[in-house]
Design a protein around this ligand. Structure first.
Ligand code: FES
Length: 492
């Protein structure tokens, strides 16, 4: 009987994004029932699928090659206790299957004996029974003697189950995989999910979730004490446990910006790097036990003891809540910006307060998403883009970046590298340097994107940039027939 696979698991088996499979389903090239696909259909669609095609196989080969390089082992494989538990679980399953097979074999042999017995004692049924016996003999020879190649999908799936565990969240139905030494919380954040949490280190209890099914294992020490009723109901701390088997968790997720509390954190400057003549990258790192919980597209207030404070959009993904990046434009952001440009040192303390902004990425943007960045608006867009990539929910992601200065596309290399690496990501840089007005610039950007992507009106559009560029762009998009309910404008 063909195996039913969840879409996310099937995508991992094939080494493609979930959005790519969803696109196939929507186009009618693949049937799905209740969010699952049969392994038979997958093999029909990808008949040449081999272990070698899977990123997992390459990773496994790499592990073999680097067998004695602990660093790689540690990064890729789960802890040996988790690995042992997963292998044990799989052995139980295999043992069960083996017992069933032995029982079926005994049954078939017994049936053969019965046929021989009946055939001898009742001559009138002899002919039919002889035929049945011959058929059974032929089928048994076929089944037992056939040199069957292993089902590639089953083999990869079995390997995946050892290397990672699949977690489904209740009630949202969202899912993610836990790999390596990640805790449940780390894996969920990497997958772009906005779960409820606080300290990330077992002290606050905010990451409490109830295990509905499956097995979890403690991998980190925690001081928070779960009450007896909580333990009996199956509650666990996601920041200190990992998944041993496939798991279903009842967990709280943020559904709007108001679900994210305001936080104040003392972070350290990790690096200050000039990106262009007028743009500086500020990289902050929070303490391990006090990270920033935020949503893609939000801003924070950054403060320095001597240089005052200013509000800046976060240019990194919420999936990395410790390493926060900001693009600080020369002359924008008051005295704090001046400090960054005039000698902020690695190791200095910066107060991070926030987050601000109620922009929320529309998870249901399955048709595709277009991000339009105006100059420094790229910082906000970068955060949204990285989040969208982590979620793997959009079929196509298009980045249009309008720059009003000759070196305004200050991260073009990164955008081009992403375009080369990702099948469903497209990058369109537009230069509006030298145009006399924001109106003219907005027209040029919209003409360029419509020429390159005539179906852009069907996409969800996110715009970010200074007010004087966003306002005319929004007006022109509406005038060009873009639906208002698909436009999200973020002023930075
Ligand atoms: S986030 Fe604080 S205990 Fe897990």
């Amino acid at each position: 009987m063909p195996q039913q696979l969840a879409i996310s698991r099937a995508a991992r088996l094939l080494g493609v994004s979930r959005a790519a499979l969803q696109k196939r389903i929507k186009e009618g090239g693949l049937h799905s029932f209740d969010g699952t696909i049969t392994s038979e259909e997958l093999l029909q669609l990808y008949p040449d699928l081999q272990l070698e095609d899977s990123g997992l196989f390459e990773r496994t080969q790499k592990i073999k090659q680097d067998a004695f390089r602990r660093r790689v082992m540690d990064r890729t494989l789960p802890a040996k206790e988790v690995l042992a538990e997963r292998l044990y679980e799989q052995s139980l399953e295999l043992n069960d299957i083996k017992h069933h097979l032995q029982n079926y074999h005994t049954l078939v042999v017994g049936l053969q004996d019965k046929i021989h017995e009946l055939g001898g004692s009742q001559p009138e049924a002899r002919s039919a029974l002889v035929q049945l016996d011959e058929w059974l003999e032929h089928e048994l020879r076929h089944v037992l003697g056939e040199d069957k190649k292993p089902d590639t999908l089953d083999v990869i799936d079995a390997m995946l189950r050892v290397m990672s565990a699949h977690v489904t969240l209740h009630p949202s139905g969202r899912d993610f995989f836990v790999e390596g030494n990640d805790t449940l919380l780390e894996a969920a954040l990497k997958a772009g999910l906005a779960l409820n949490y606080g300290c990330s280190s077992g002290n606050c209890g905010l990451c409490k979730a109830r295990v509905i099914s499956g097995q979890v294992m403690k991998t980190r020490h925690f001081d928070y004490v779960l009450s007896e009723p909580e333990k009996q109901q199956g509650y666990t701390l996601m920041c200190c446990h990992t998944a041993v088997s496939d798991v279903t968790l009842e967990a709280l997720e943020a559904s709007s910006a108001s679900d994210i509390p305001k936080q104040q954190i003392s972070a350290k400057v990790k690096a200050v790097t000039q990106l262009s003549q007028n743009m500086m990258l500020l990289h902050l790192q929070t303490p391990r036990s006090h990270r920033l919980r935020f949503l893609a597209g939000q801003s924070v207030t950054l403060g320095h003891v001597e240089a005052g404070s200013g509000e800046f959009p976060i240019a990194s993904c919420p999936c990395n809540d410790r390493d926060l990046q900001f693009h600080i434009q020369r002359g924008v952001g008051g005295s704090f910006s001046e400090k960054v440009w005039n000698g902020l040192k690695t190791g200095e303390t910066i107060t991070v307060y926030g987050p601000w902004g109620d922009y929320l990425f529309r998870e249901e943007s399955q048709n595709g998403v277009m991000f339009i960045a105006f100059d420094r608006g790229y910082a906000t867009i970068k955060s949204l883009l990285e989040h969208s990539m982590a979620r793997e929910s959009a079929e196509d992601m298009i980045l249009v970046w309008s720059a009003s200065t000759p070196d305004g596309h200050y991260m073009s290399n990164l955008c081009r590298a992403m375009e080369d690496a990702l099948e469903n990501f497209h990058y369109l840089p537009v230069s509006v340097a030298g145009l006399e007005s924001e109106d003219a610039a907005a027209s040029q950007v919209i003409d360029a994107l419509l020429e390159a992507y005539p179906k852009a009106r069907q996409l969800d559009i996110y715009l970010a940039g200074p007010e004087n560029q966003i306002a005319p762009a929004r007006e022109k998009l509406l005038a060009a027939g873009f639906p208002n309910n698909k436009l999200t404008a973020m002023v930075v």
